[in-house]
Every structure is written in C-alpha cells, then in structure tokens.
Design a protein around this ligand. Structure first.
Ligand SMILES: Nc1ncnc2c1ncn2[C@@H]1O[C@H](COP(=O)(O)OP(=O)(O)O)[C@@H](O)[C@H]1O
Ligand SMILES: O=C(O)C[C@@H](O)[C@H](O)C(=O)COP(=O)(O)O
Length: 335
C-alpha cells in the first residue's frame, strides 16, 4: 500500500510528457568546459530520462512530445523505439525548430554543471491539439515535466494533458524539473508550476525547486513538512523532497514521512542524472504497490548507479542491478 491507486485496466503503465533532447557529456572528465574537446551524445531531457528508466525496469511506457525534423529528432525516436517506448504521440516539428542540447561540464565528481542550448526548441512547440486523449486514457500514470510549462504552446499542451488525465483517472505525477534557461523569471516559474502542482497526485522536487515555487505563495516557514502539507490540502497524496547527497524525504497525506539516505557510490563520475534515475525507480516502485520506504530505497540505489556512470539515459539500471546494489550494501553494513 502506498497511498496511490492505479487503474489496472490499462495497457501502459506510464507516459512521460515533455522534452526529448540530446545530452553531450564531456569525455574528458575533471576539466572545465573551456578545456573539453570531445563529448559523447546520448538521448536526454529529464522526462525522457525518467521514461527510459521505467522502460529499462520493465514498465510499459509511452511518451508525449515533439522532436525536430532532422538527424537528432530521428536519433531520439529510434532510441525510444528500441526500448519499446510507445512513440505514437511523439510529433515531428515542421517549423524548423531544433533539438535542445545539454552540454555537461564535469569539473570534479561534486562540481558539475550543465550548459543548455534551448532557443527555438521543438519540445516547447507541442500544441494542445497534438495531445491525444486516446493515448492518455490507456495509461495508469502520466508524468508532467515542469519545464514543459516554460513557454506556449507547450504550456497549454500540459494543461490539456492534465484535463485528459483527470477525466480518465490517470495518476498525475509532477516533477518540477526547474531549468532556469527556459523561463523569463522565477515568479513565472512559480505561478505555472503551482497551477499544475495543485492538480497532481504525486509531486517530486528538490528543496531549491520548492523554494522557487514558494516565492509567490509561501509557506512563510520554509521547511519540508510545511511544503508537503500545503500540497496535501490540494490533490497530492505523496510529496517527495530531494536533498541531493543528503538523500530525500517522502511525505504521505496520512501524516507519514520517510527520511532516506543515499547509497554511497564507489566512484561518483558526475552528479546530474541522480534526480531522474531516482524518480524513475521511485515511480516504478509505486506502480508495483510497494510501501513508499521501499520505493525511496529503490530510487536511491538507482541514483547511485547513475552517478557512477558517464551517461544518464544509457546508464539507467535494470531491476536486477538495483537489487544487487541493495543486497551488497546490506551485506556490507551487516543488515
Ligand atoms: N552523490 C550521490 N551519490 C549517491 N546518490 C545520490 C547522490 N546525489 C544524489 N543522490 C540520490 O539521488 C536523489 C536525487 O538527487 P538530487 O541531486 O536531489 O536530484 P536532482 O538531480 O534532481 O537535483 C537523492 O535523494 C539521493 O537519493
Ligand atoms: O534534463 C535535461 O535536459 C538534461 C538531462 O538529460 C541531464 O542529463 C540532466 O541534467 C539530468 O538531470 P537530473 O537528473 O535532474 O540531475
């Protein structure tokens, strides 16, 4: 029992909505971007990464988004196909929009940053009329990425998807996924993310992301419980507050909470990708009906595997890999 009830009469477990992009991860790690010469190309974009995580865990997944009409757009679509991610609602842009790029700088295992190129990107051109009700109603859950709210028409497409999801009792999960590059101001981010969050069943965000959302509304006292309680007064049943290397806290509407630590990685290559792998494995656990503590542990173990790898999407682990890590950790700590 984990406070979320999924409709069982659905052919898809999960649909991700938002950006499908490219990550260009520096090959020469432990160097500033100015000195980086080569990069490896991966499919990226937070909601894409989360959907890929679920697909690799064995969930039946699909995606709603828009890709550029070029080599990058085709690369992304064929990658999703290979993982059996249903792309019937991945639309191809015909206006000359481009694929968003995320260049990663890995200066040290703890000092990583991302340089995003997001002008005229295809993902933000998704139109409300392109969101298929018939597709959404086939799923148990849909994940909304907050970045899809950054501009019109993608912003309206999100609200359209939420309407369909609520109409067909599809569980709505919101990952705030705040990326400053696509927004005009923090106030704009806060207003739209709050409007969406109040309609969602599960909300996942880092402490700093909740702080951005609270710029316009409070709560006055900035603490995780106060944040969670605000959303429990709306639609939310589970609120997850991520704290990077300090782990996460999962709150449930019945007053429960679970503080989770991390699985220290043997070798951290980079810190990005932690949030997406955590979210993918956490949601997988919810879909299995596991208690939230187990979902949280599964998410943390998945994150540990991804921070030890060069990529985000390609490195998303299987159930077996995560279970092995948890077993190994328990054996080492004598539990
Ligand atoms: N250095 C790390 N080593 C192992 N696990 C980590 C590390 N950093 C984060 N995690 C795990 O990933 C989760 C999400 O990470 P966080 O950095 O908060 O998300 P985001 O990448 O979205 O900012 C954390 O709650 C923790 O379980
Ligand atoms: O979200 C993006 O557009 C870039 C991602 O593909 C990138 O790998 C990343 O930043 C992962 O985000 P995180 O899991 O929140 O650290």
């Amino acid at each position: 029992m984990n406070h979320i009830t999924f409709r069982q009469d659905r052919e898809l477990d999960f649909i991700g909505l938002g950006r499908l992009c490219i990550d260009l991860n520096a090959n020469e790690i432990n160097r500033p971007m100015e000195e980086t010469l080569t990069f490896t190309k991966y499919v990226g974009g937070s909601p894409a990464n989360i959907t890929i995580a679920l697909a690799k865990l064995g969930a039946r997944t699909g995606f709603i988004g828009k890709v550029s009409d070029d080599q990058f757009g085709r690369f992304i679509k064929s990658y999703l196909h290979k993982l059996n991610i249903d792309t019937r609602n991945v639309v191809t842009d015909h206006t000359g929009a481009v694929t968003g790029l995320a260049f990663t700088e890995i200066k040290s295992p703890t000092d990583c940053s991302i340089l995003m190129y997001r002008d005229n990107v295809a993902d933000l051109k998704l139109e409300p009329g392109e969101v298929q009700e018939d597709f959404i109603k086939r799923a148990k859950a849909i994940l909304i990425s907050g970045t899809a709210l950054a501009q019109s028409p993608s912003r309206e497409a999100v609200f359209q998807a939420i309407e369909y999801a609520r109409k067909h009792q599809v569980v709505i999960i919101f990952d705030v996924d705040y990326r400053r590059w696509t927004w005009k101001s923090k106030e704009e981010t806060a207003i739209y993310c709050n409007l969406v969050a109040e309609q969602c069943d599960v909300i996942i965000a880092g402490r700093e992301e909740f702080d951005v959302m609270e710029i316009v509304t409070g709560p006055e006292i900035k603490d995780d419980l106060a944040t969670a309680q605000r959303w429990f007064e709306r639609q939310a049943k589970i609120v997850v507050v991520k704290h990077g290397g300090d782990g996460s806290i999962v709150f449930t509407k019945d007053g429960g909470s679970s503080r989770g630590g991390i699985f220290p990685a043997k070798q951290v290559i980079k810190t990005f990708g932690a949030g997406d792998s955590f979210a993918g494995a956490f949601i997988y656990g919810l879909l299995q009906g596991w208690p939230v503590e187990k979902c949280q542990e599964f998410g943390s173990a998945s994150a540990s595997i991804v921070v030890s790898s060069h990529s985000c999407s390609d490195a998303m682990p299987t159930v077996e890999q995560i279970e092995n890590l948890i077993k190994e950790h328990r054996a080492n700590s004598g539990v």
